[in-house]
Design a protein around this ligand. Sequence first.
Ligand SMILES: *[C@@H]1O[C@H](CO)[C@@H](O)[C@H](O)[C@H]1NC(C)=O
Ligand SMILES: *[C@@H]1O[C@H](CO)[C@@H](O)[C@H](O)[C@H]1NC(C)=O
Ligand SMILES: *[C@@H]1O[C@H](CO)[C@@H](O)[C@H](O)[C@H]1NC(C)=O
Ligand SMILES: *[C@@H]1O[C@H](CO)[C@@H](O)[C@H](O)[C@H]1NC(C)=O
Ligand SMILES: *[C@@H]1O[C@H](CO)[C@@H](O)[C@H](O)[C@H]1NC(C)=O
Ligand SMILES: *[C@@H]1O[C@H](CO)[C@@H](O)[C@H](O)[C@H]1NC(C)=O
Ligand SMILES: *[C@@H]1O[C@H](CO)[C@@H](O)[C@H](O)[C@H]1NC(C)=O
Ligand SMILES: *[C@@H]1O[C@H](CO)[C@@H](O)[C@H](O)[C@H]1NC(C)=O
Ligand SMILES: *[C@@H]1O[C@H](CO)[C@@H](O)[C@H](O)[C@H]1NC(C)=O
Ligand SMILES: *[C@@H]1O[C@H](CO)[C@@H](O)[C@H](O)[C@H]1NC(C)=O
Ligand SMILES: *[C@@H]1O[C@H](CO)[C@@H](O)[C@H](O)[C@H]1NC(C)=O
Ligand SMILES: *[C@@H]1O[C@H](CO)[C@@H](O)[C@H](O)[C@H]1NC(C)=O
Length: 595
Amino acid sequence: MALFRALVLFFFFFFLTNVSLLLNFTNAEDPFAFYNFEVTYLTASPLGVPQQVIAINGKFPGPTINVTTNNNVVVNVRNKLDENLLLHWSGVQQRRSSWQDGVLGTNCPIPPKWNWTYQFQVKDQIGSFFYFPSLNMQRAAGGFGGFIINNRPIIPIPFDTPHGDIVIMIGDWYTRNHTDLRKDLDAGKDLGMPDGVLINGKGPYRYNDTLVPDGIDFEQFDVHPGKTYRLRVHNVGVSTSLNFRIQSHNLLLAESEGSYTVQQNYTSLDIHVGQSYSFLVTMDQNASSDYYIVASARFVNESRWQRVTGVGILRYTNSKGKAHGPLPPPPDDEFDKTFSMNQARSIRWNVSASGARPNPQGSFRYGSINVTEIYVLRNKPREKINGKNRATLSGISFVNPSTPIRLADKYKLKGVYKLDFPTNPITGPPQAKTSVINGTYRGFMEIILQNNDTKMHSYHLDGYAFFVVGMDYGEWTNNSRGTYNKWDGIARTTAQVYPGAWTAILVSLDNVGVWNLRTENLDNWYLGQETYIRVVNPEANNKTELPMPDNALFCGALGKLQKPQDISAGASIGKNTVKLLFTWLVFVCALIPIF
Ligand SMILES: *[C@@H]1O[C@H](CO)[C@@H](O)[C@H](O)[C@H]1NC(C)=O
Ligand SMILES: *[C@@H]1O[C@H](CO)[C@@H](O)[C@H](O)[C@H]1NC(C)=O
Ligand SMILES: *[C@@H]1O[C@H](CO)[C@@H](O)[C@H](O)[C@H]1NC(C)=O
Ligand SMILES: *[C@@H]1O[C@H](CO)[C@@H](O)[C@H](O)[C@H]1NC(C)=O
Ligand SMILES: *[C@@H]1O[C@H](CO)[C@@H](O)[C@H](O)[C@H]1NC(C)=O
Ligand SMILES: *[C@@H]1O[C@H](CO)[C@@H](O)[C@H](O)[C@H]1NC(C)=O
Ligand SMILES: *[C@@H]1O[C@H](CO)[C@@H](O)[C@H](O)[C@H]1NC(C)=O
Ligand SMILES: *[C@@H]1O[C@H](CO)[C@@H](O)[C@H](O)[C@H]1NC(C)=O
Ligand SMILES: *[C@@H]1O[C@H](CO)[C@@H](O)[C@H](O)[C@H]1NC(C)=O
Ligand SMILES: *[C@@H]1O[C@H](CO)[C@@H](O)[C@H](O)[C@H]1NC(C)=O
Ligand SMILES: *[C@@H]1O[C@H](CO)[C@@H](O)[C@H](O)[C@H]1NC(C)=O
Ligand SMILES: *[C@@H]1O[C@H](CO)[C@@H](O)[C@H](O)[C@H]1NC(C)=O
């Protein structure tokens, strides 16, 4: 009986949820959380058209990783797709270990049928993030899921503990799969208008018989009247900025990508591609009916984009009927291009709230630190380089090296990349090359993102949270610094840059490694709108950067170092797991008296 119970408990812990228990590994003082991710294709019809989506453990979107600051996270990823794979943990800072970042600059891809185990510590961080497959437009087919880092129990959160925690992934969606989207881009075409917006992998509720076909599965959230929920909303789409709103409910903004914000109510908030927000939503309505949850395309011709609208349902347990009538309206600002930007500027850091540490977030006085290096990065509409359609940053379209930058450094390979990314956009014809930013360890970098494209962009930096200190329309000049917020600019990982406008960010380069800086717009990212910031501690040691993991994959010029993987096992239970299972059984049996 005890053994049976132990087995049940074991499977429950190991396969279904995260386990946070002390084990005798490295970093053993901090708890471990284990996950097994099997990445496969799955046929789904979110918009009524069957297509291959990317699922994790058979789920689309994938399971939520839910851990606590300083946990050691172990994710064994098995690639059952027919193409290379890397999972990237967007916004998770990978302190001292870009080895685990899951982008081509730091990791060799996981070949089909292989598995690779990520292991990293979610150090000094709290907040709402997400993971997704980083290669080849795969995110356009799914493979994403939530990634929550909870406060340690000793550190108070700056609001009452919510009654529930709800993860919401919103994003534009094409009924063409990622391989077809890639073909279009390779052929120099635009992707065109998306076919819809999904909420948690599901199509719109049929709020209008003309606009929404019959038989589409929609997302519904069941809630209790009077209770407050934390909604963690992520835009995981391809390139569309979305306005998020809930009929008759206020969204009390509480957190953005790892920082607690000054808490303010919004009736709707613009969420750009790659961005994450936590809202506290109190179920304070009379439940005379269900309520619409809407994610609609922003800055587009509403009448043409009407069918590209995500609609879900908020249902009170005492609801008296179905949601009906028109959707709550989007912001009425067709002729006011500063509305959305003013909303973005209103998102501020709560300097007195504790973050991952007990001391207030604002005790890091970023406004009084001297900038040591300045980069002005400018994008442009796509242009042709050597006859190919490419996207550029400062005139350079990034070419991924066949050997990851971090590995090339480790093995002292020359010529893989150049540390010559320019501090100002190049004049003259655009170039396609592997050009990387030379970051100075412990430097304080100012980056100006100037959007000279006609589309909205959001830019993301791996390895760090940066301070968003300013944004405005027009060209950035030295005088623009006078408008910077030097006190409570939000620290986050993904910042929007409006077309014809600039956004200025400040970042403290205290995390050694090679870190991706990219547009989150998948099409432009695929076409080269990215670079890396390389941050090296001249006194190399294992304190500021963790050693290369034992299981590191090799490729490119180092491909001959790679041992073949025994893929015959197929299933994710290998010899080692059995060994581990035994250890676990012993361990869990020892725990039985506690239960
Ligand atoms: C994507 O769709 C095309 C047909 O449009 C099909 O040939 C291809 O195999 C699909 N790719 C995947 C990965 O399912
Ligand atoms: C692949 O998974 C097995 C367990 O299923 C594990 O022992 C092995 O370390 C994994 N391989 C890598 C490279 O992470
Ligand atoms: C900021 O955080 C503090 C500390 O938790 C909290 O008491 C306060 O209400 C927050 N302020 C705002 C405006 O959100
Ligand atoms: C995450 O785990 C915490 C407890 O550790 C729980 O309260 C919360 O509901 C979980 N969130 C999700 C989305 O599973
Ligand atoms: C449904 O949408 C169409 C197209 O926008 C519109 O003409 C029609 O009035 C809507 N129907 C209802 C019942 O709102
Ligand atoms: C936000 O709106 C709710 C009602 O939905 C209200 O009770 C609350 O006081 C408001 N909070 C702030 C900070 O404005
Ligand atoms: C519930 O609220 C709606 C909208 O505020 C209102 O029209 C309706 O009369 C209310 N119903 C009841 C039963 O109070
Ligand atoms: C928006 O699209 C509709 C339908 O295609 C068109 O009639 C209208 O002129 C467009 N409006 C603008 C401002 O482009
Ligand atoms: C910043 O630079 C100014 C002069 O350029 C200097 O006086 C000041 O001490 C510096 N501050 C810090 C924190 O280094
Ligand atoms: C990179 O910057 C460091 C200072 O941080 C400098 O010593 C080094 O020469 C630079 N490397 C190149 C290639 O410019
Ligand atoms: C792009 O830059 C050019 C030259 O500075 C300027 O004339 C144009 O208005 C800019 N366009 C946008 C959308 O920023
Ligand atoms: C870092 O750790 C690795 C393996 O644990 C070891 O081989 C190496 O010598 C260490 N390097 C330094 C500079 O301590």
